[in-house]
Write a protein that binds this ligand. Structure first.
Ligand SMILES: [Zn+2]
Length: 203
């Protein structure tokens, strides 16, 4: 299995769960990205057994405001990958960090290292699938959207009109839930379109 050429590198047999995964949001939560230039070690362990499944060194280089480069190195022989981060500013506020995939230069929240491979690339580049559809971002967004509709007294059908404000619910609470719900619905629809080429209704 090579790391060169164009298109997907795997035919769909390999899943995200088979790989070592770097999650930019976890790196931020763990204080690794925001702490300025420094270095350390990342370790992957199985949740159930706490058995270590992988470990590598990292360096964080801050080249300017919001200009961050991560270097990862591991293994014998020595592998080395540099990944740039980028930011977007969502309209609902805050700043969102992304990896720039070292192969396709696309934005990705996660990069994956399949067994025996030498590069951290995005899911699209490796052609990885999810072990469970339920873990895909599309289904997570859809599930969140459906929860909000149910809470407002509606059904799980996201193609139906959005439910109105239930009696006794504050306007601001309703508006907040509605904004959230519509955001999840837009996300699940655009993810469904990118995946299947057609919008997805209720499940
Ligand atoms: Zn990629």
């Amino acid at each position: 299995m090579g790391g060169s050429g164009s298109g997907r590198l795997y035919g769909g047999g390999l899943t995200v769960e088979d790989c070592l995964t770097l999650d930019v949001n976890k790196l931020i939560r763990d204080g690794i990205v925001n702490a300025g230039a420094h270095s350390g070690t990342l370790t992957w362990a199985k949740c159930a057994t706490r058995e270590t499944v992988g470990s590598m060194g990292y360096e964080v280089h801050v080249d300017g405001p919001h200009i961050v480069r991560l270097r990862f190195y591991w293994g014998q022989p020595h592998f080395d990958e540099t990944v740039w981060l980028e930011t977007t500013w969502p309209y609902f506020g805050g700043v969102r960090w992304w990896f720039t995939c070292p192969r396709c230069a696309g934005r990705a929240a996660k990069l994956h290292l399949p067994p025996g491979e030498k590069r951290f690339l995005c899911r699209r580049c490796w052609g990885l699938s999810y072990e469970s559809q339920r873990e895909s971002p599309m289904f997570r967004a859809l599930t969140q959207a459906q929860k909000i509709r149910l809470r407002l007294g509606g059904s799980t059908d996201t193609t139906a009109p959005f439910p109105g404000r239930p009696k006794g619910m504050h306007r601001r609470t309703y508006q907040r839930l509605r904004d959230q719900g519509e955001r999840y619905e837009r996300a699940s629809w655009s993810l469904a379109e990118s995946r299947y080429g057609v919008p997805l209704g209720c499940i």
